[in-house]
Design a protein around this ligand. Structure first.
Ligand SMILES: Nc1ncnc2c1ncn2[C@@H]1O[C@H](COP(=O)(O)OP(=O)(O)O)[C@@H](O)[C@H]1O
Ligand SMILES: O=C(CO)[C@@H](O)[C@H](O)COP(=O)(O)O
Length: 588
């Protein structure tokens, strides 16, 4: 029966594809790992870098190769792609792709006997017509646009005003500052650009065979869209567009679709011929990876998702729009009136891996890349490094091998002891490295989430305000020690959970959205569609308790010291100053 739906997640290090049936049960999944599969692009952890300018970017040709390879892998696993009725997907947020004036013609005439790269990429020396005016997609880890961000904040007066209007203060990775930089650094390429896609709408475009619109969830990660009025912010477009003009930029960005279940049309004949898709398979609005992740779960108020990918992100779905320069609000990808609250950290998975590797190096019998020793060390170290909480100082640190977003500081590591409201630098015996770092990095990452989300969570029964459920997703969600620490620091009155279907919440959310887009009844909301098919026992699994009396309160006591640690880092290595919401921690 043709009742399959396909969802994609084009993220930093991988492209994942997942097929579900209309009852939302998993059929098959496959992935392409950029480092393992595409040595030829010279990437590391999915990206190329230009450290002297803080640039991080990825080859667009690699994304094309990944699309062909992931479909080939799904087929090799036995997927019958003719059963797919709807396709949706997600892309890492904020990344941009610049299409050339030949793009529409090339996308619309793809030959199923050749690969996507052969037909869309212009080649290293521009030896053939290509669909791109620039061969690279700026990546969300890019830190090269501080000056452009300052201009964006100034354009509306203050970071607060920019956050009020667009849901976020200016951020290095956001598409507005990135487009401004692209236009000024590569004026010829800007003029040679017919359309600008986000990573999500780029992926949709390839499947559609023409440049697809950006959706309402992902456009709110650009510093260009006014959330309250639901339209482009002309003053911000004016800044990004410069002399090339606002109308020209509007045309490049295209229309925005607010209906997350809208079909843009049927699949390109390339995929019908090459992979056996049905010509009637519908391409349903694609969105950002974080908006898509919140669609994988029936989130209630106070439920939180902790996504442990290359980035660490904290996500909630909420009806409250309370913008602040310290975090992000974005439109919900399917439901008008709801917003996505998000915190995002660059130093997530890779920072944890640094400490894991340093600990493994101490033991010649440790398998490389194994998390066993890291986990054992983290869980056997006492809370906040205090053997005796009544006399020992707390160990509080920050571990940022890459420049950080929250707070906006350059790369660095800080280790402090905190006692009687005073910080002192920790060295030598007071902080044995790297062992003490294992627990300290997890505590640090989760304290930062707690500090900034505390005003959005509610009390449940007699318990102090905290999330109701914490759902762990992303590559790190399989790690029980990390989940345990998340529960200890953040609480969770009902506990800490993970998805039990498929390895990827983001691609799953996209597949669910495709199913909703194709099968919804008139005016049926996404939440109602999901609720009808949701099977609690089969779909999620409790990993551990969340709230632990005594422990949760001790981490509450650490918040003030932790905010001071961030303050020290900002004074030493901050970009953009204290006013821009860097010190998000209002300790209540
Ligand atoms: N067992 C594990 N414990 C902790 N982290 C893990 C584990 N397995 C994978 N990871 C982390 O998951 C990250 C990749 O997550 P994933 O969500 O697939 O990435 P992305 O979406 O950014 O491409 C890696 O950087 C790695 O640190
Ligand atoms: O920049 C953000 C969100 O604002 C990142 O979350 C990216 O969206 C990349 O996600 P992963 O590759 O880590 O899943």
């Amino acid at each position: 029966m043709a009742n399959h739906f396909l969802g994609f997640d084009l993220s930093t290090q991988q492209l994942k594809g997942i097929i579900v049936k209309s009852d939302l049960k998993l059929v098959l999944e496959a992935k392409v790992d950029f480092d393992a599969d595409f040595d030829k692009y010279g990437i590391e952890k999915g990206v190329l870098t230009n450290p002297s300018e803080g640039e991080v970017f990825a080859p667009v040709a690699m994304f094309l190769d990944a699309i062909d390879l992931v479909l080939q892998r799904l087929k090799e696993q036995g997927a019958d792609l003719s059963k797919v009725q709807g396709i949706s997907g997600a892309g890492m947020q904020h990344g941009t792709v610049f299409w050339s004036h030949d793009a529409e013609a090339l996308l619309g005439s793809l030959d199923g006997d050749k690969t996507l790269v052969e037909q869309l990429d212009g080649g290293a020396k521009g030896e053939r017509k290509g669909a791109f005016s620039h061969p690279f997609s700026p990546n969300w880890q890019d830190a090269s646009t501080q000056k452009q961000c300052e201009r964006f904040d100034r354009q509306l007066g203050t970071p607060e005003k920019l956050a009020e209007s667009t849901g976020s203060k200016a951020h290095h990775r956001f598409s507005g500052p990135q487009i401004l930089k692209f236009r000024e650094k590569y004026p010829e390429a800007y003029r040679a650009t017919s359309r600008i896609s986000l990573v999500s709408s780029f992926l949709a475009s390839v499947f559609l065979g023409k440049v697809a619109p950006i959706d309402i969830g992902d456009v709110t990660g650009a510093n260009l869209w006014d959330i309250k009025s639901g339209q482009w912010h002309d003053d911000l477009l004016k800044l990004a567009a410069g002399n090339e003009g606002i109308d020209n930029l509007k045309a490049k960005l295209g229309g925005i679709y607010e209906d997350g279940g809208k079909s843009f049309g049927s699949i390109s004949t390339y995929f019908v011929k090459r992979y056996g898709f049905s010509p009637s398979a519908q391409i349903v609005t694609f969105t950002g990876d974080n908006p898509s992740t919140i669609l994988a779960l029936p989130l209630r108020s106070s439920d939180a998702i902790v996504s442990l990918g290359t980035s660490t992100t904290f996500l909630m779905s909420t009806a409250q729009y309370k913008p602040d320069p310290a975090y992000h609000f974005m439109n919900h990808p399917t439901t008008p009136g709801l917003y996505m609250f998000m915190l995002c950290y660059k130093n997530g998975g890779l920072a944890r891996e640094h400490i894991r590797d340093a600990i493994n190096e101490l033991d010649s019998s440790a398998a490389p890349k194994s998390w066993d020793l890291f986990n054992e060390t983290a869980t056997s170290t006492p809370v906040l490094g205090q053997e005796d909480p009544s006399s020992d100082p707390m160990r509080l640190g920050l571990f940022f091998p890459r420049p950080e977003i929250v707070p906006n500081v350059k790369a660095g590591t800080w280790r402090f002891l905190y006692k009687d409201n005073t910080l002192s630098t920790a060295e030598g015996k007071t902080w044995p490295t790297p062992q003490s770092d294992a627990r300290a990095i997890l505590e640090s990452q989760f304290l930062s989430l707690r500090l900034r989300s505390q005003n959005l969570v509610e009390s449940h029964g007699s318990l102090p305000p905290q999330p109701r459920r914490i759902y762990m997703v992303g590559g790190g969600a399989v790690n029980p020690a990390i989940a345990d620490l998340a529960g200890q620091v953040l609480g969770g009155s009902e506990g800490v959970y993970k998805l039990d279907i498929g390895g990827n919440a983001c691609a799953l959310g996209a597949a669910y959205k495709a199913a909703w887009g194709v099968q919804r009844e008139q005016d049926e909301k996404f939440e109602d569609f999901l609720e009808k098919r949701w099977n609690e026992e089969g779909f999620v699994k409790k990993i551990c308790d969340g709230y632990r009396k005594g422990v949760f309160e001790r981490y509450g006591d650490a918040l003030k010291g932790f905010a001071e640690v961030e303050g020290r880092a900002i004074v030493e290595k901050g970009e953009g100053g204290l006013r821009d919401g860097n010190a998000g921690g209002k300790v209540s």
